[in-house]
Design a protein around this ligand. Structure first.
Ligand SMILES: O=C(O)CCC(=O)C(=O)O
Length: 474
């Protein structure tokens, strides 16, 4: 029996959709949408596509042929994902052009037919070729805390976990995907339960989505193993709810961008030879999802080693190390990220108030956004604090005064200002130099009136509360 499709994802003109409307209708409500008309001037759409709309594979070999990339063998499962191999782009293109020609009209026999179909995935193209400027991120997706942060800091720093491999794979979440007709991505929800957007430079994709309220229906009885391929003959005994799941579908055409909300499980099939660009990101609207996943993964990591608890010197430490290895960050990483980000928002807000007058902060969308960010961080930090009885407290250390002298932090602040300037169409609102920043910060009473060091969730809550009270008149 096939899957039940309940409807199609809405398609909307991205040119006509204002930022606030995108927030209200899709980000805040966590609903998927396909946006058209946002890729008109992308260099990728010219350079990477032949006149007849096919991937210009020769261009990749000539210009990026030496890049080492991860390639999934779509016919071979390895644990919860497809088997991956590393190869150069030139070798990938050669195999694609020389590979077997296969027809895929019936998705139900997909696995048998997709043997040796190679799919280049998760290519950190922007990191590798920053000068090339293949595309500009649409403004609707610019409120991106994840990539802003990773451009300056690592999410996790433990040298025991932090391998060279990790260095590349965790450097950012901006990717290029390339695959022939028939390549596909198994059912999953995105990393950190982030949002993602995926843009078709050429080719066509079929997306199948399951809303988070139904995600339990694709898990086995123990809620641990997720269905791999929804077109397989999924056993009623192993996954009792599967037949009840109602899927949403989208056929994504070239030059269309799909917005994938947090926690929506999805499976994706390339219906034609396809190149796509995608980003994962999170911000104040979905940061709650990131924390919920982290907490769930923490309990799972703990349960997994429960039997060695009594013989373990530092059981909590081991849980946190395993959490970082499995999820990509642990509680301290998350807290330090939140602390840096709250300071950056606070500085921007303070700077805004000094430049434009305190009275403008309620009417300005940009100031409202910084305020909203701080409020969302405060909520999450309070939640982490309230869990500390169960999870223990998680040592991290951030000295705000030291951060102010750190060039990486300056960059984070500056990029934050620039991004929100773009999002709210005030591109020039923040064009001051580093010197001006420093002068401004000297007046930051906040660092004088409450401790400038944070090392627990409680410290962070206090700091943000104090900041909110000081600058927002709350
Ligand atoms: O395009 C694909 O094959 C998968 C993309 C995806 O899962 C995503 O962007 O979240």
């Amino acid at each position: 029996m096939g899957i039940q499709i309940g409807g199609q994802i809405e398609k909307v003109s991205g040119k006509k959709l204002g930022y606030n409307e995108f927030v209200e209708r899709y980000m805040e409500k966590n609903q998927p949408v396909v946006l058209t008309g946002l890729m008109d001037d992308w260099r990728a759409c010219r350079d990477w596509v032949t006149d007849d709309g096919q991937p210009n594979l020769q261009f990749f070999t000539t210009h990026f042929g030496k890049s080492k990339v991860q390639v999934a063998d779509c016919g071979t499962r390895e644990f919860t994902d497809q088997k991956r191999v590393e190869m150069t782009v030139a070798d990938f293109v050669e195999q694609w052009l020389g590979g077997p020609i296969q027809e895929h009209s019936n998705a139900s026999s997909h696995e048998a037919m997709s043997k040796e179909l190679l799919y280049l995935k998760d290519w950190h193209f922007v990191k590798e070729y920053p000068e090339y400027k293949a595309y500009t991120t649409p403004v609707l997706f610019c409120d991106d805390w994840l990539n802003m942060y990773l451009d300056n800091y690592h999410m996790h720093n433990d040298p025991n976990i932090y391998s060279e491999n990790n260095e590349i794979s965790c450097s950012d979440y901006r990717f290029v995907y390339m695959g022939a007709k028939g390549t596909w991505t198994p059912l999953h929800a995105d990393v950190f339960r982030s949002y993602s957007w995926s843009a078709n430079v050429c080719g066509k994709k079929r997306w199948l989505f399951l809303s988070p309220s139904q995600s339990h229906l694709v898990f086995g009885r123990n809620m641990k193993s997720c269905v791999y391929n929804i077109f397989d003959d999924v056993s009623e005994t192993n996954v009792p709810g599967f037949a009840k799941a109602i899927w949403l579908e989208s056929i994504q055409e070239p030059n269309e961008i799909i917005f994938v909300p947090s926690g929506w499980y999805h499976q994706v099939h390339n219906l034609e030879d396809t190149i796509s660009i995608n980003h994962n990101w999170f911000n104040a609207y979905n940061i709650r999802w990131v924390w919920d996943l982290l907490l769930r993964d923490y309990y799972e990591a703990k349960e997994y080693i429960e039997d060695i608890k009594d013989i373990c010197d530092d059981f909590e430490g081991l849980c946190q190390r395993n959490l970082a290895a499995n999820t990509g960050m642990n509680f301290s990483d998350f807290l330090i990220f939140l602390a840096r980000f709250s300071l950056a928002n606070l500085i921007q807000l303070h700077y805004f108030a000094r430049k434009n007058g305190n009275h403008t902060r309620h009417s300005s969308p940009i100031a409202q956004n910084f305020t909203f960010n701080l409020a969302s961080i405060q909520k999450i930090a309070s939640n982490i604090k309230s869990m500390e009885d169960q999870t223990g407290s998680h040592g991290f250390h951030l000295d705000f005064r030291e951060a102010l002298n750190d060039p990486k932090f300056f960059k984070l602040c500056t990029v934050l200002g620039r991004q929100y300037g773009m999002v709210h169409m005030e591109p020039d609102w923040n064009c001051d130099t580093k010197k001006a920043w420093l002068d401004d910060m000297r007046y930051m009473e906040i660092l004088g009136t409450c401790s400038s060091e944070v090392s627990t969730a409680s410290d962070l809550v206090k700091f943000v509360e104090h900041a909110v009270a000081e600058f927002m008149g709350v």
